[in-house]
Design a protein around this ligand. Structure first.
Ligand SMILES: *[C@@H]1O[C@H](CO)[C@@H](O)[C@H](O)[C@H]1NC(C)=O
Length: 233
């Protein structure tokens, strides 16, 4: 019993030592600060959250980007302000494009208001938006280490056009999004992530990637990372 406990702990330590990204999703910080919330260290002094995170061993912050939310929260300008604060204390930034005006998850992947819905125009729009947003980040001095093209897209993205009932469309959209990043002025280039949920379900992951890659337009060289949400409850 004791021996096996010890083994478990020592392998956990090995895993932690190998972790490259020690990240926190801090997207809501500006919203929280506007609501009067502040952050204090364990010793009780109030400090900007980025400073507390940095001093606690975090090296990367994740930020969600919405296209045109009604109140402006989580749009690109909001995210540039937040990313500049992270950069100022030496934190890396991981940008999570939701490609929606609000939350994107397996049940919600609404096409942003005013975007075309037929697959050809939508793919161009997605390419243009991703290229433009990446160039705006670059112009603001932000070089994300990771960019996720979509958030939890197990059922597809930009629905209904990009639904997994038509993997050709999913693949075409992701190929366009990836090349928006690749053709941008970002330097060095970020790693491009495809992000699904149900990370515990290997059959779903396998089905999804095999189907998307078999469809044609998406190539393995279009992305660098397979991201998962993992809620073990
Ligand atoms: C994408 O951008 C190009 C070049 O600026 C423009 O000609 C084209 O109309 C745009 N397409 C869409 C669908 O926004």
């Amino acid at each position: 019993m004791l021996a096996s406990l010890f083994l478990a702990f020592s392998s956990l330590t090995a895993v932690q030592a190998a972790l490259k990204y020690k990240g926190v999703d801090w997207s809501s910080v500006i919203v929280e600060e506007k609501a009067g919330i502040s952050y204090t260290t364990t010793s009780g002094s109030t400090e900007p959250l980025e400073k507390i995170l940095k001093e606690s061993g975090v090296n990367t912050v994740r930020q969600r980007v919405w296209v045109n939310p009604r109140d402006g929260n989580y749009n690109l300008d909001y995210n540039i302000k937040l990313a500049q604060r992270a950069k100022a204390v030496g934190l890396d930034v991981y940008i999570d494009f939701h490609y929606s005006d609000t939350w994107a998850d397996p049940g919600h992947q609404a096409i942003p208001s005013g975007w075309p819905t037929n697959i050809d125009d939508l793919s161009w729009k997605l390419y243009n938006y991703t290229l433009d947003s990446s160039n705006k980040l670059a112009a603001a001095g932000i070089s994300p280490t990771i960019i996720s093209i979509g958030n939890e897209i197990r059922s597809g993205l930009l629905l209904p056009t990009g639904s997994t009932s038509n993997f050709y469309n999913v693949a075409k959209l992701l190929h366009s999004a990836a090349w928006g990043v690749k053709d941008s002025n970002l330097s060095p280039k970020p790693r491009i992530m495809i992000h699904l949920d149900n990370g515990w379900d290997w059959n779903t992951q396998k089905w999804w990637y095999e189907s998307a890659l078999k469809a044609g337009p998406l190539e393995t060289s279009d992305f660098d990372m397979m991201g998962v949400s993992y809620y073990p409850f």
